[in-house]
Design a protein around this ligand. Structure first.
Ligand code: AMP
Ligand code: MG
Length: 343
């Protein structure tokens, strides 16, 4: 907490107000959203930088704060299913079975669905597309904030465009340097990876971005889905090859192919890999492990925290071991590859 206040006052000569999430503070932040202000808030995935989704000027301020290109649409966060029809034109979707199954089983949670847009959602939110990305976060602070606001918050991650996502309020302070009016601090986020983005407007459901909901979970409910996030076949405006990047060069590979340099920093997937790779090698500048035991959910929760930590080291380069390519490992590898210099 103290560190955060120091950062806030040391690095930012701004009017950003830091809040801790009690009733009164959340009410204050929700009122600010209603007045067109920009509020960084915790969700179970990463910290979001929110504006009232129905207020184009406020949403414009979010794009400006992040230096995010206008062609990259935002996710609209709602508190529950009841608000869905206010932002999505469900009658234009056709059959509802797929959507209903997903909503009943995976909301609230780290799943964003792309649906036909209601005219009430301003074009700036959707980058002029006829579709809108919608999610119901499960984080209690996000839930309360949305309910006390107009009921729909447009929010990308609370970091500069293209940079590492924030999983702690400190990351928000460091990355945005005063561009938010308020930051609600509720510690480290639980999942640590952005939501999975699933397009329900194409002829077959298609994952545009892997994330906190594994493809296997989705397919168990609705059958096989397509993957549109292959770096060769980018189909979502925000699916840029280089994204989520540290300021230092980062290289990813399998354990066997990681090169050895005494002055580099290393990020291993699990404790065993670090042990076997380091065996017999002289001292290395810095090594970190995503999950000692090799748990994919723990690795996901630590990913951005550890990348932030390595990025702050005085090393010229970071090498990261890829995770097993299954479950959340697919999203972890997607972020690592897009953070990497050779992506
Ligand atoms: P972010 O808010 O940075 O976590 O990114 C949200 C992701 O959802 C980006 O990759 C966007 O391009 C994607 N997205 C948002 N709205 C749409 C949409 N209407 N159609 C396709 N992708 C979208
Ligand atoms: Mg982002």
């Amino acid at each position: 907490m103290d560190l955060l206040r120091e950062l806030l006052h040391g690095e930012m000569n701004s009017s950003t107000v830091l809040l801790y999430p009690d009733e009164q503070a959340i009410k204050l932040a929700a009122d600010a959203l209603r007045r067109g202000k920009v509020v960084a808030f915790p969700t179970e995935t990463v910290y979001g930088l929110g504006a009232d989704a129905f207020n184009p000027a406020a949403v414009t301020a979010v794009f400006a704060a992040k230096k995010r290109p206008r062609f990259d649409p935002l996710i609209v966060h709602i508190a529950d299913y009841a608000m869905l029809e206010a932002v999505a034109a469900l009658q234009a979707l056709g059959a509802r079975t797929t959507l209903d199954k997903l909503i009943q089983n995976l909301w609230p949670g780290p799943l964003t669905v792309i649906l036909p847009k209601q005219p009430s959602v301003p074009d700036i939110v959707t980058a002029g597309l006829s579709t809108v990305a919608v999610r119901v976060p499960s984080h209690p602070v996000a839930q309360k904030l949305i309910r006390l606001s107009t009921g729909a918050i447009a929010a990308p991650s609370a970091n500069l465009f293209g940079r590492l996502s924030p999983t702690r309020a400190e990351h928000v302070v460091q990355s945005l340097n005063g561009a938010a009016d308020y930051i609600i601090d509720d510690g480290k986020t639980g999942i640590g990876l952005e939501s999975t983005v699933l397009d329900l407007c194409s002829c077959k459901p298609c994952i545009l971005r892997p994330g906190g909901t594994a493809q296997e979970q989705i397919e168990a409910l609705i059958g096989p889905v397509l993957r549109g996030y292959d770096p060769q076949t980018i189909s979502s405006p925000g699916q840029l090859k280089n994204h989520y990047a540290p300021t230092k060069p980062l290289h990813t590979s399998s354990l066997e192919q990681i090169p050895y340099h005494t002055d580099a920093a290393y990020l291993f997937f699990d404790g065993k890999s670090r042990e076997s790779w380091c065996a017999g090698k002289p001292a290395i500048a810095k090594t970190l492990v995503l999950s000692e035991s090799g748990s994919l959910s723990e690795a996901a929760a630590n990913l951005f925290v550890l990348l932030h930590e390595l990025d702050a080291e005085t090393v010229p380069v970071i090498y990261a071991q890829l995770a097993p390519e299954k479950g959340l490992g697919i999203a972890i590898n997607d972020r690592l590859k897009r953070a990497s210099t050779q992506a």
